[in-house]
Design a binder for this molecule. Sequence first.
Ligand code: PEP
Ligand code: MG
Length: 877
Amino acid sequence: MTKWVYMFREGNADMRNLLGGKGANLAEMTNLGLPIPQGFTVTTEACTNYYENGEQVSDEIRQQIFAALGKLEQLQGKTFGDVGDPLLVSVRSGARASMPGMMDTILNLGLNDEAVEGFARKTGNPRFAYDSYRRFIQMYSDVVMEVPKSFFEKIIDEVKEEKGVHYDTELTVEDLKVLVGRFKAVYKEAMGGEEFPQEPREQLMGAVQAVFRSWDNPRAIVYRRMNDIPGDWGTAVNVQAMVFGNMGDTSGTGVAFTRNPSTGEKGIYGEYLINAQGEDVVAGVRTPQPITKLEEDMPECYAEFMELAMKLEEHYRDMQDMEFTIQEGKLYFLQTRNGKRTAPAALRIACELVDEGKITEEEAVLRIEAKSLDQLLHPTFDAGALKAGKVIGSALPASPGAAAGKVYFTADEAKLAHERGERVVLVRLETSPEDIEGMHAAEGILTARGGMTSHAAVVARGMGTCCVSGCGEIKMNEDERYFELGGETVKEGDYISLDGTTGRIYLGDIRTKEAEIGGNFQRIMDWADKYRRMQVRTNADTPADTKKAVELGAEGIGLCRTEHMFFEPERIPKIRKMILSDTPEAREAALSELIPFQKGDFKAMYEALEGRPMTVRYLDPPLHEFVPTSPEDIEALAAEMGLSADEVREKCDDLHEFNPMMGHRGCRLPVTYPEIARMQTRAVMEAAIEVKAEQGYDIVPEIMIPLVGEKKELKFVKDIVVETAEKVKEEKGSDIAYHIGTMIEIPRAALLADEIAEEAEFFSFGTNDLTQMTFGFSRDDAGKFLDAYYKAKIYESDPFARLDLNGVGQLVEMAAEKGRKMRPGIKLGICGEHGGDPSSVEFCQKVGLDYVSCSPYRVPIARLAAAQAAINHEKTA
Ligand code: PEP
Ligand code: MG
C-alpha cells in the first residue's frame, strides 16, 4: 500500500520531492528538536493521484489522512471538534519549489458553532474565539468555496458603521457573533442554500482538496511558467496544530531571515507584529516592527529565537527564512526555508559562506540562480538626473533597482499599458497573487501597505523588479485613479520614479543608467569559469555590443547576423538597389558599393574581439524585409535607380511571398544570387587579413551558411566561398586559414547531419528556426495562440524561450551524434535564443556541445548555467 501521509516525525529534509519544501523542513526541524507545532503532510504524490483520479481524493488517501489526524489528536491531547477543548489546525500548501503567494492557506480549521464555545471557555477569551471563528469562515469560504472576500469585507464595514467604530479591534464579542451569523448567511446564499460545514472532518477534506486545486489555478500556472516548474510535480498539504500569535500582548508572530535578503549582510533581519496572526504579517495589512524590537518586548523569546535561527542556518548551511509565532510567551517555529534573496545578496551570501568554510566553491556556484543575474544588470538612476528629481515620499526599500514609468492602479491596466509599449509603475494599496501578471509587466511597484516580507516585496524581489512598499502617507483613491503624496496629486498615466534601494519616491520620469557589477560577482564568475566545460560566445553584430559582451565574459562571437549591418540609413538604399536589380552585373555593381561598409564593420568587430573567434553568418532574411514601403522611400529609390515609382512598386510586389519564413531566404539567396556570397566572402576575408596584419591577432574566419537542408546546397555555396576566399588570399599574398560551417536549423539538416558534416567544418544549432520548423509554429506569431495552449495544458512553456527537449532536443542530439560520427571533433554550438536559457544550456552540456552563444547581457547567465550544468553532470556521471 502506498504511504500517502507522513507525520512530521516520519520525514526529513531529503524527502522534499515527496513532502514538498515546507513539509520536508517541518520534518527536519522536528528531528532537530525545535519547538514545532506538530502535524502531518499529505504527499505531492497524493496531489498527482487526485488529478489522475478525476479530481477526487481516493478512499485510501482519505483513510490515511484521518489516521494521521488521530495520531495528531493523541500528540496534542485534544480532539477534533471537541466542545471542551477542540484541536484546531492550519492547512497549507507546500510544493517542491517554493511558490510564494501562489497557494492558499486556511487557519483555525476545526471551529464550528459548538467548538467555538469550548474554545472560548478554554482560552477564557470569547472575543478571541469568535474572532478566530469569523476569520476561519471567511478564509474557508474564499479558499475552499470561492465565495469572494469582498462579500465579507462589506459586512465587516457595515457592522463597524452600525456600531460607530473605526477598527476591527473595537468590535465586541457580541458584534463578532453577529458577524459570524451574517458570514454564515452569506455562505449559505452563495452556496445555493448549503449550510457552512459544521463537521471538522468535512472541513479538513474540503481544505485539502482546495490546496490540491490551487496547484492548478491560473496564478500558479503563470508562476510555474516563469520559473520553469513542471506541472506534474504537484503540491503537498501540511496540516499542523494551530498556535496563536493573537492571544494578547505576550503573543505575536513574525518572519525573519538570518541574513539580509536585499544585501546579503550577515545578521538577523525581519519583522514581527504583537498580537497578530501570521497572515497579518505576510499579507502586509499592518506595518510591522523590526525584529530587534522583540528583544525589548520579550527578551527571553528573542534569545531563544536567535539561538535556534543560528542553529538552522548552521544546519542548512544557507540563509534561512523563518516564520515564527509566540503564544503567550512560548516560541514556536512554523517553517524555515532557504530564503529568497536578491541577486547581489545571493552573491554575497555565497561568497561569505565559502569564506566561512561552510560551503565549497562548486556549491557556491550552484547556489546562485543563473537567471537572477539579470538583476545585476538592472538600471540605477543617473546621479545628475536624480539630484534634480523631486522626492514626494519614501517607504520601505523592498526590492532594489530603479524604475520610472506611468502610474497604473490595477494589474490589468498595467499589463495592457505594457503591451502598448509604455513603461509602467504599478501602484496598489497592497498586492495579492492575482496581480502577478501586472507586477511582471511593471518596471516598478509601489504599495501603500505591507512590510519587507509582504507579498509585493517577496514577489518583486523574486522577479528582480524594483519595489517600494508600505508607504503609509499615501492617500489612495484607486476608484478615481489618483493618489496624493507629499502635497502632489498623481493621476493615472502620470510619471513617477521609484528607487527600490533607498525607498524614495520621485515625481516625474528620472533617467536611469546601467548597473555596475561588484566584486562578489567577479568571484562567482571566476569560479563558474573554473568549473564550466562549454565555451560561452555571444550573438552580436556591432562593435559596441561586442565590447559589452566581451566585458561580460564572452569568449567570441557565435553568431554575427550580417543582415543587421545593412539597415543603417546610408546602407539600406544600396541593398535595396541590389535586390531590385535585374541582372547579375547590376547586382554586382550595387554589391560592390556595399563591400566597404561590410568590410569596415568586420574590421571593427575583429578589433573589438582582440583575437577571439567570430562566426559570420551570411545574409539570411527574406529579401522583402529590405524593400521600401513608404512613398518617400520608394520615390528616392526610383530616382537613384533611374526608374519610375510605379516600376519600383511593381518590383517590390514581385518579391511578395506567401510564407516568407519558408521562402527565398538563407542559403537560397546565394544559390540564386551567388554574387551575394562573393561580396560577403570578400568583405570577411579582406577584413580578417588586414586586422591580422595590423594588430597581430591570429584570426581564423568562421563562415556560416544559414538554412541549409541538403549537402549539395551547402556544397554549392561553399564552392563560391572557397573560390572567392582563395582569390582574396592570392591577391593579398596571405596564407590565412578559414573554416566553413553551417547552421542546423531545418529539420532535414538534422536528419541528414552526417551527410552535411562531410562539407561542414562546424555546426551551429539555430534553434529559433529549428523550433519554428519542427513545431510548424511561426516564430513571429506563436505568441497569439500559445496562451491557449498553456490554458489547455498542451504545452507548459514557450518553446522559443525554453528548448523543447522532447522534440527539438531530439533533433539536436541526433544531429550532434551524426555530425561527430562523420567528422570526429566537429565543432558544435548553439546560437538560437536558447543559448542563454539555463535549462537549455544544461541540455547543451548533456549532448556535449562545445559552446553556447547568446545575447551580450545573457553571457553571465550562460557562464553560470554552463558551470552548474558541468558540476551537476559530473555529480551524476
Ligand atoms: C536561429 O534560427 O536560431 C538563428 C540563430 O538564426 P535567426 O534567429 O537569425 O534566424
Ligand atoms: Mg535562423
